[in-house]
Design a protein around this ligand. Structure first.
Ligand SMILES: Nc1ncnc2c1ncn2[C@@H]1O[C@H](COP(=O)(O)OP(=O)(O)O)[C@@H](O)[C@H]1O
Ligand SMILES: O=C(CO)[C@@H](O)[C@H](O)COP(=O)(O)O
Length: 466
């Protein structure tokens, strides 16, 4: 039985899956937590990766042919001439580069030109803005930077036998802000404008190309960004829109043509199959639920029970869940806001419900932005940690105004990485076909949710970016 391994190195943890290459059946898994921080020494991710891998591979039922890594997008990993990290990596949810992002977006001909050239308007999550921040605030460290990598590139290079050149793929490269999705090339002139020079960059591999091999002799797939890996793991096709509820909330679909949204809401990424992945990302998703549960002194199961016991609209409570600042809309300095409080509606049930509705309203706006860019929505596939929530599954169909399916709970980023690895090992034109099992969430009438969307929109209009 040929096996492949998929790694998901996302914000909160690393997950490793051992998968049967032909069918996609998961045979073993491992997991290791990451620190709760927005800058992390990449060696900590490598240690977590090795830990999760050791758990998953403790008893292998057959030989491993290949491994690939899906990683959180955008993170800035800087290494010196000896290959050692220059400083801790800055994560996608570290918004310190908001001033540099605003300056960069105003330059180069403005947001429309950025969208046309790079697919996206760079917000503070994008790697290029973090490089601009580094050059301005830590110039001595910036001078030591020989090479710039993304989290998945760095991990792949460290899992490889010595002597192999670092590599990346179109999917993850498209989140840097210095890559052209339409041509598949780096844009050195943007790096010069942001960082003052062009550090070494990884070579860009095709979807089924190999990045080398591990000391064990396992072929290394190119790897990709975690959202691209999830799309591949789900086998997302025309009409499928994926909503992922992890640390970030993301809404995305596989597309045949690159997107270019001058408003900055839709990022025009590439996918992991040679196509494109228009995507909207909010910064506050699963942690809105965990933080609300903590505030109420309950666990996630009880939070679900409370939310489901409240009526639609949470008795008038509206939570704008910008707990860590927000990315879409672009409000890096905003904080969370709870509106509509009255003595009669101040119940744990309504607060739990407002958290679920608030988190999903931001993603419903994201779905609307994708629809406005021509994305067809035949069904929504709900994945990520918070997709396990019964309250989320109950509320999502009404707010999204679309049929929603919950694929059976699984680590779809790691599964997508495993599928990419299996593809590279097989050397076929298309990735192996794996079945997706999902169950429909109960249908709801979107008209019943119109007031919830309207109340959210009114509250959002009153928020300030400070
Ligand atoms: N039943 C649940 N209800 C709500 N949130 C959940 C549930 N199960 C897990 N989570 C949350 O999902 C998050 C982890 O999701 P995951 O997709 O692995 O995140 P990431 O990929 O960003 O590391 C955690 O914040 C966890 O508390
Ligand atoms: O920045 C983005 C997408 O552009 C995030 O989606 C990151 O890729 C982190 O993902 P999770 O850890 O939330 O899965």
């Amino acid at each position: 039985m040929a096996l492949t391994i998929g790694i998901d190195s996302s914000t909160q943890s690393t997950k490793a899956l051992v998968v049967e290459a032909e069918t996609g059946q998961v045979l073993a898994q491992g997991r290791a937590a990451h620190p709760d921080a927005t800058e992390v020494d990449p060696r900590v991710w490598l240690a977590a990766c090795r830990d999760a891998l050791a758990q998953a591979t403790a008893e292998l039922p057959g030989p491993v042919s290949a491994l690939a890594v899906g990683g959180q997008q955008h993170g800035l990993v800087t290494v010196d001439a000896e290959g050692a990290p220059v400083r801790p990596a800055l994560l996608w949810n570290d918004l310190r580069s908001a001033p540099e992002a605003a300056e960069l977006a105003a330059g180069l001909g403005g947001p429309g030109e950025w969208a046309r050239r790079t697919g996206s308007v760079p917000g503070p999550s994008f790697t290029v803005t973090k490089l601009a921040w580094l050059a301005r605030h830590e110039p001595a460290l910036a001078d030591r930077v020989a090479r710039v990598l993304l989290p998945h590139d760095w991990l792949t290079s460290r899992l490889a036998e010595p002597g192999q050149l670092p590599a990346t793929d179109r999917g993850d490269a498209s989140g840097t802000g210095y890559f052209a999705p339409a041509t598949g090339e780096w844009l050195p002139e943007i790096l010069t404008a942001a960082f003052g020079r062009v550090p070494e960059l990884p070579r860009i591999l095709g979807p089924a190309e190999s990045a080398g091999q591990t000391p064990e002799g396992w072929l290394l797939g190119a790897g990709t960004g975690d959202n691209m890996a999830a799309a591949l793991g789900l086998g997302a096709g025309p009409g499928d829109v994926v909503v992922s509820l992890g640390t970030s909330g993301t809404v995305f679909a596989v597309a045949e043509h690159p997107a270019a949204d001058a408003s900055g809401a839709v990022a025009g990424f590439c996918d992991a199959t040679g196509r494109y992945l228009p995507l909207v990302c909010t910064l506050n998703a699963a942690r809105v639920l965990t933080a609300t549960a903590q505030l109420l002194g309950v666990d996630l199961a009880e939070l679900d029970r409370l939310a489901l016991a409240a009526t639609l609209g949470a008795g008038g409570l509206v939570l704008l869940p910008y707990l860590d600042g927000e990315r879409t809309p672009d409000l890096p300095n905003a904080s969370g806001t709870l509106t509509g409080l009255r003595r009669a509606n101040m119940t744990p049930e309504n607060l739990a419900r407002a958290a679920v509705e608030g988190m999903l309203c931001g993603l419903a706006d994201g779905l609307a932005a994708l629809r406005a860019h021509g994305v067809e929505v035949r069904r929504v596939l709900l994945v990520g940690g918070a997709a396990r929530s019964a309250a989320v599954r109950a509320v999502a169909p009404g707010l999204f105004a679309a049929p929603v399916e919950a694929p059976e709970p699984a680590e779809y980023v790691a599964l997508g990485a495993a599928r990419q690895a299996a593809w590279a090992a097989a050397g076929t034109a298309e990735p192996p076909v794996w079945q997706l099992r999902s169950e429909p969430c109960p249908a709801a009438n979107p008209d019943d949710y119109a007031e919830v969307r309207a109340a959210y929109s009114t509250a959002r209009g009153q928020v300030h970016d400070y």
